[in-house]
Design a protein around this ligand. Structure first.
Ligand code: C5P
Length: 422
C-alpha cells in the first residue's frame, strides 16, 4: 500500500514579480500580495511613479517582506539586484493594475522606468490586469496596444464589466485579487493532462416529489468542484455537470447545471459525443426518485401514499456501456463499513477502472466536510491519501491518474505557459 502526502498548491515556492501602475484599483494590489504570500509564493513588487499616488510602498513592502522598487537608477537597489537579474528572477510577471498609460508604454516597447524595462527583459510569462475608465479601455488606441501586447505573448486578465471607481458603468474594472491569483495558479500548475477531455459529475441530485418537496442527500459539491479545478490546472478541457450546489466554478471549467439523476444522465450522454479521456463520477446521485412526481403541492395527508420509490439509472454503468466509453472511468464509493469488499464489487458491477473510497463515518471527511481522506483502488493496487483539504486530495488524485494513465502521452509534465518573446 502506498501513501501520498505533501502540499499541492501550484503557487507554493513560485516567484512572482508584481507590477503596480497608477490606477485607483492599486488599492487592491496589497490583497494580491497577501494572498500570494499566504499560498507560499515569493513576491517582489515594482511600482510606477504614479502608483505611489494610490498605494504606499511601505504597505507593499510589509506584505511582501521585500523592499519595493520604483526607480531604475537607484544605485543601492541596483547594487543589491540589478534590473537584468530582477527580470530573470520571476516565474511569472503580473501587472495589476495596468493603466492605459502604462499599457501604451509597454506596447511601444519603451523602457522609461523600471517596470517597463523589466517587461522588455524578462523571459517569464506576462499577465496584465487592466483597470481604467470604460472609455479609456474602449479607445481604439488602447485596444490597439492591447492587441499588440497579446501578439507579443502577454496574457490579459480582464478587465471586466461593472461599476467603475469614477462612478460610471462599463468594461474597465480590474478582476478581483482572488480571480487574478486563480488565473496565475491555472497558468503555473504542472500540465499533466494537457489536451485531455475530462467529464466530471458533482454535487447531490434533487428528486422532486412536488414543487416544494423532494429527495436529496448531504453532498455539497466541494470535492467534485475541487476535482474540476485540479483537472483545469493540469491543462485538461473540463466539463463539469453539477447537481444543486453553492460552490463557485474555477476558471477554465465549463459548468452545466442539472437537478435530477435523469437530467444528469442525459447531460453525461450528450457530453460523450465529444470523445472523452477521463470520466470522474463524483456526484452523490440519489439512488431513488419518487415514482409519482406531482406538479401541484401535495396535501400533508397524501404524502405517505405518494412515497413509492423508483430506482434511478446508474450513470457510471451506462457511461461504461456507451459506444464512446471514456478511456478511464473513476467512481466514488461513500462507505461507512466493509469498505474494500463493497468497493471492489461496486467497481466490477459498474465498470469503473478506479474506485475512490470515502469513509463517511468520520466527521472530518466526506460529504459536506472541508477535508477528506480516501483509498484509491485499482485492480490489486491500493493507494492511500490521508486526511487533507479537498483541493489537496483532488490534486493528489489527478496526479495519480495522470501518472498511471496519461504520462506517456503528455510530453512535458512540467510544461507551463511561456512568454514567446525571446
Ligand atoms: O452505488 P453507489 O451509489 O455507492 O455508487 C457510487 C458511485 O456511483 C459514484 O461514483 C456515483 O457518482 C455513481 N452513481 C451513479 N449513478 C447512480 C448512483 C451512483 O453514477 N444512480
Amino acid at each position: 500500500m502506498r501513501t501520498l502526502f505533501n502540499t499541492t498548491e501550484p503557487l507554493a515556492g513560485k516567484r512572482i514579480l508584481l507590477g503596480v501602475c497608477g490606477s485607483i484599483a492599486a488599492y487592491k494590489s496589497p490583497e494580491i500580495v497577501r494572498e500570494l504570500t499566504r499560498l507560499g509564493a515569493e513576491v517582489r513588487v515594482v511600482m510606477t511613479r504614479a502608483a505611489g499616488q494610490f498605494v504606499t510602498p511601505i504597505t507593499l513592502q510589509a506584505l511582501s517582506g521585500q523592499p519595493v522598487r520604483q526607480d531604475l537608477f537607484a544605485a543601492e537597489e541596483e547594487a543589491a539586484m540589478d534590473h537584468i537579474r530582477l527580470a530573470r528572477w520571476p516565474d511569472a510577471v503580473v501587472v495589476a493594475p495596468v493603466s492605459a498609460n502604462s499599457l501604451a508604454r509597454f506596447a511601444l516597447g519603451l523602457g522609461d522606468d523600471l517596470l517597463s524595462t523589466l517587461l522588455l527583459v524578462t523571459h517569464a510569462p506576462i499577465f496584465l490586469a487592466p483597470a481604467m475608465n470604460a472609455s479609456m479601455w474602449a479607445h481604439p488606441a488602447t485596444q490597439d496596444h492591447a492587441r499588440r501586447l497579446r501578439e507579443y505573448g502577454a496574457q490579459f486578465l480582464g478587465p471586466e464589466a461593472g461599476a467603475l471607481a469614477c462612478g460610471e458603468e462599463g468594461t474597465g474594472r480590474m478582476l478581483e485579487p482572488e480571480q487574478i491569483v486563480a488565473q496565475l495558479r491555472l497558468a503555473l500548475a504542472p500540465k499533466t493532462l494537457t489536451g485531455k477531455q475530462v467529464l466530471i459529475t458533482a454535487g447531490p441530485t434533487w428528486e422532486s416529489l412536488d414543487p416544494a418537496r423532494g429527495l436529496t442527500n448531504r453532498a455539497s459539491g466541494k470535492q467534485g468542484f475541487a476535482l474540476a479545478q485540479a483537472c483545469a490546472e493540469a491543462g485538461a478541457q473540463v466539463h463539469l455537470i453539477s447537481g444543486p450546489s453553492h460552490e463557485t466554478t474555477s476558471p477554465g471549467v465549463l459548468r452545466e447545471n442539472v437537478t435530477s439523476a435523469q437530467e444528469m444522465l442525459e447531460a453525461c450522454l450528450r457530453a460523450l459525443e465529444t470523445p472523452t479521456d477521463l470520466f470522474i463520477a463524483n456526484a452523490a446521485v440519489a439512488d431513488h426518485r419518487p415514482a409519482l412526481q406531482s406538479t401541484q403541492k401535495l396535501p400533508k395527508s397524501a404524502i405517505a401514499e405518494h412515497l413509492t420509490l423508483t430506482l434511478n439509472p446508474d450513470i457510471v454503468s451506462l457511461v461504461h456501456q456507451h459506444s464512446q466509453r471514456p478511456r478511464v472511468i473513476v467512481a466514488f464509493a461513500a462507505e461507512t463499513r466493509d469498505h474494500l469488499e463493497s468497493a471492489r464489487s461496486k467497481a466490477a458491477r459498474k465498470g469503473a477502472d478506479i474506485m475512490v473510497i470515502n469513509d463517511i463515518s468520520r466527521s472530518d471527511s466526506g460529504m459536506g466536510a472541508e477535508s477528506n481522506a480516501c483509498s484509491i483502488l485499482e485492480g490489486a493496487r491500493q493507494t492511500e491519501i490521508p486526511i487533507c483539504s479537498k483541493i489537496d486530495l483532488a490534486r493528489h488524485l489527478i496526479h495519480y491518474i495522470a501518472q498511471n494513465h496519461f504520462a506517456a502521452e503528455v510530453t512535458d509534465p512540467h510544461e507551463t505557459l511561456a512568454n514567446p518573446h525571446p
